[in-house]
Write a protein that binds this ligand. Structure first.
Ligand code: GLY
Ligand code: MN
Ligand code: MN
Length: 446
């Protein structure tokens, strides 16, 4: 279950078809980033670069040249270097780039200044994502300027500069069968991790200890890294949307909100679950939880081809508002409350985002002024939430400091949707799972 060499080749061919003849696309790979003196963050390839190559090394540049007789797919990469490889690991080198990654032509990255201007020469349109890497932007402009300076001697520099993102990100929005399989596995692994967190949670643990349980489950299942920094927020920390300190103690009687997903073979998953630290919801927690669950169920049901991007969100807003009125947290007419956005104090984010190689994946949400219409192969999260600020004196005390989000990943199918994630979700499923563990522990004590 992987994206094959053939699929990478198909993607490049599709992109070159969209670019047309007399064009060139240039994409630099990600760079290594220093974390602190002499140590680096674990390398993560640029998603666009990876999507088109499957090549996982830094210091590389991909060049696509539709209908170039000597080869359309050119890769610049680090040369082999036995001395450096002893320290930092093996490199494909230009030969490996051709043999293993299907490049038509490959050159050492150190030769790019001599070779790239020659590839640019004579191409009318240049596709490039400007503004992501200031250094590379500057180098590219210097190669173009060099050609302009030689125009009087017959050099022909590109004249049209176009945004590569526009074409490439629309391709990435539609997930192939192979991508969906990988994302399904990512979703399964993350679901196992949330289950493990529920099973290991005990009052008195630190939030980061629960984080450790999740990361452990990711890694033992083949997903070495999280797709984003794990959020474990107990009690009032659950009301901080991007809480990543994870540094406080988990208390009996509180809920804990965990937003965590692994990255598997480059693809993200993104799950949130909220559950009681001691395994049993209080009546207030349960009442609010049921509203968020109903929001999510209604939003998921609104995912099908032909519906537009905003419909699941609109549905979730309606269910949220009527639920908040029913619980006495909001007062008034549901339609009027929706019209004036009264729910936004408690539900301040949108219901989801595209997901894929990036957790907040690429792709336009609108086409012109209109919300995008859903089509098979699009993958998204569905993550409604309600958060009652700890100091909100406009609501009864029992609700304050409760934050709940429930998040799953789905892919649009021909007839509706397919869920990629399956962690325990109903009050009953969560309580049963957590009490099962307690029963086993009590049994072990007798
Ligand atoms: N984990 C980031 C998000 O849910 O969007
Ligand atoms: Mn999330
Ligand atoms: Mn998300």
């Amino acid at each position: 279950m992987s994206v094959t060499k053939k699929e990478y080749a198909r993607r490049r061919t599709t992109l070159m078809g969209l670019m047309g003849v007399n064009s060139i696309a240039i994409l630099p790979a990600a760079r290594e980033k220093i974390r602190s003196r002499d140590t680096e963050y674990h390398f993560r390839q640029d998603s666009d670069f990876y999507y088109l190559t499957g090549f996982d090394e830094p210091d590389a540049v991909l060049v696509l040249l539709p209908e170039r007789p000597h080869g359309e797919y050119v890769l610049f990469c680090r040369d082999r270097d036995p001395a450096k490889e002893i320290w930092d690991g093996y490199r494909a080198g230009p030969d490996g780039a051709c043999e293993k990654f299907g490049a038509d032509d490959a050159f050492p990255i150190d030769d790019i200044d001599e070779i790239l201007p020659g590839l640019l020469e004579g191409r009318e349109r240049m596709y490039y994502s400007l503004g992501r890497d200031a250094d590379f932007d500057g180098r590219l402009m210097s190669w173009v300027d060099g050609l302009r300076a030689q125009a009087s001697s017959g050099a022909y520099p590109p004249g049209d500069f176009l945004d590569l993102d526009h074409l490439l990100h629309d391709m990435r929005l539609f997930k192939s069968a192979a991508e969906q399989k990988v994302m399904q596995r990512a979703g399964e692994i993350s679901s196992l991790a949330h289950r493990r967190a529920m099973q290991s949670c005990q009052p008195g643990m630190m939030e980061y200890q629960l984080e450790a349980e999740l990361l452990h489950e990711f890694a033992v299942n083949g997903a070495r890294h999280a797709a984003y920094t794990t959020i474990v927020g107990g009690g009032k920390n659950s009301c901080i949307l991007h809480y990543i300190d994870n540094s406080e103690v988990l208390r009996s009687g509180d809920l804990v909100l965990i937003d965590a997903g692994c990255e598997y073979k480059g693809y993200a998953s993104d799950i949130t679950r909220t559950f009681p630290v001691n395994g049993k919801f209080t009546p207030a927690q349960k009442a609010l939880y049921e509203v968020v669950l109903a929001m999510q169920e209604a939003a998921i049901e609104a995912i099908k081809p032909g519906n537009h991007w905003d419909e699941p969100h609109e549905v979730s807003v309606r269910v949220a508002t009527s639920g908040l009125v029913r619980l006495g947290i909001l007062a008034g007419d549901v339609d009027e409350l929706i019209a004036c956005g009264a729910y936004k104090k408690f539900y301040m984010h949108r219901v989801g985002h595209w997901i894929g190689l990036d957790v907040h994946d690429v792709g336009d949400y609108k086409v012109g002024e209109q919300w995008r219409v859903l089509e098979p192969g699009m993958a998204m999260t569905v993550e409604p939430g309600l958060y009652i600020a700890p100091n909100d004196e406009s609501v009864a005390r029992k609700w304050r400091g409760i934050g709940i989000r429930i998040e799953d990943d789905v892919v649009v199918t021909k007839t509706g949707y397919h869920l990629l994630t399956n962690a325990p979700k109903t009050v009953n499923e969560i309580e049963c799972l957590m009490q099962e563990v307690e029963a086993i522990e009590n049994f072990a004590l007798v």
